[in-house]
Design a protein around this ligand. Structure first.
Ligand code: UT7
Length: 329
């Protein structure tokens, strides 16, 4: 019998109805559609509106739709890994909240925090439980309500982020498809360039932190851009090299959607032609943990069994990485 790999056997996603366009942002901050489009590639993003709604409220429809597509019940899920930077609460884990909301009574779960690389970290860790034989059905969710930590008075960050959630199911595959390799990296010295200043144990919430707008994502865009361009491109090229994959062997590049210019640099470095590069940043912006599953969801009908996919991401932390997988259906 050939080696067991963890394969994606279903994918689904959910984005909220409300669309925040560049034109609406023009009325909120000193910006314009031309600047946003040329500097980022973003035209619009979805925003979760409504009192008391959190990231799990986007995960529920995403996962319910996924289970329906796969034709299984929530009680069949063994493990939920919820990759998010905007959990419903500091604790308990959003994975627990989701399990309760969907009736995943037999699952355990945890949240995974690796900023924009979270979904790749989740895929890599989730696959270990399948490969080891410990579990048969692992749900990896990537979702963020970035609007909850976005300062809509800061034109440098508010134009980037959007809300959304995607999910995949991992199951054992003995046909040589599934997750074949991953390279994951972290560098905590990057904290200074991209972080949330308050709300953690180091600087708990207070009137002062709220007044100083310290509960929003803080980013030094140019510095992050430089690290992202180099590292995301390098790690995608590295995983191809070590698996002896040429650009002809790769069917699809699935890059984290942070900035169209970073995506283009990664595509150039890997030598892939534009028709193989999945891009939907213009409609969703940077949804952090949701960008890659949103891409998989939208392109699912184009994938063929055995297609080689290279996933790549870069995010706060810093964190970055790449996953090589063969599509299983
Ligand atoms: O996903 C996780 C990791 N995050 C990323 O990968 C994001 C990486 N960074 C970026 O994508 C880019 O740095 C940004 C899109 C955030 C910013 O683009 P940039 O080309 O690096 O712009 P900049 O910060 O260097 O600013 C250039 C100019 C500045 O004006 P001056 O000083 O040259 O007069 C900014 O004040 O553009 C100005 N600017 C804007 N102008 C119009 C900044 N934001 C805006 C805006 N509209 N929204």
């Amino acid at each position: 019998m050939s080696k067991i790999h963890a394969a994606i056997t279903a994918v689904n996603a959910y984005v909220p109805d409300y669309i925040l366009t560049n034109q609406e942002l023009e009325t909120m901050v000193d910006t314009n559609d031309e600047w946003i489009t040329t500097r980022t590639g973003i035209k619009e993003r979805h925003i979760l509106k409504g009192e008391g709604l959190g990231t799990s409220d986007m995960a529920v429809p995403a996962v319910k739709g996924l289970l329906e597509k796969r034709g299984i019940g929530a009680d069949e899920i063994d493990l939920i890994i919820f990759c998010t930077t905007t959990p419903d609460r500091v604790f308990p884990a959003t994975a627990n909240i989701l399990a309760d909301k969907i009736g995943a009574k037999n699952a355990w779960g945890y949240d995974l925090q690796a900023a924009c690389s979270g979904f790749l970290f989740g895929l890599a860790t989730g696959s270990q439980f399948i490969e080891s034989g410990k579990h048969k059905k692992v749900l990896v969710v990537g979702g963020d309500k970035m609007s909850s930590i976005t300062n809509y008075e800061d034109r440098a960050t508010c134009i980037i982020f959007g809300d959304g959630c995607g999910a995949v199911l991992l199951e054992p595959n003995d046909e040589g498809n599934g997750i074949m390799d991953s390279i994951l990296k972290s560098d905590g010295s990057g904290v200074q360039y991209l972080h949330q200043k308050a709300g953690g144990s180091m600087r708990p919430a207070s009137h002062e932190t709220v007044d100083a707008r310290e509960h929003y994502a803080y980013q030094e865009g140019q510095a992050v851009f430089k690290f992202a361009v180099t590292n995301m491109a390098d790690v995608a090229a590295e995983i191809m090299e070590r698996n002896h994959l040429s650009s002809d062997d790769v069917s699809w590049l699935v890059p984290h959607q942070a900035n169209k210019r970073i995506i283009d640099a990664t595509a150039n470095r890997t030598g892939l032609s534009a028709d193989k590069v999945i891009i939907n940043i213009e409609r969703y912006g940077n949804t952090t943990n949701a960008t890659i599953p949103l891409c998989l969801w939208e392109w699912e009908s184009k994938f063929k069994k055995g297609d080689v996919l290279i996933l790549a991401a870069f995010g706060g932390g810093f964190t970055w990485g790449s996953v090589y997988l063969r599509w299983a259906y």
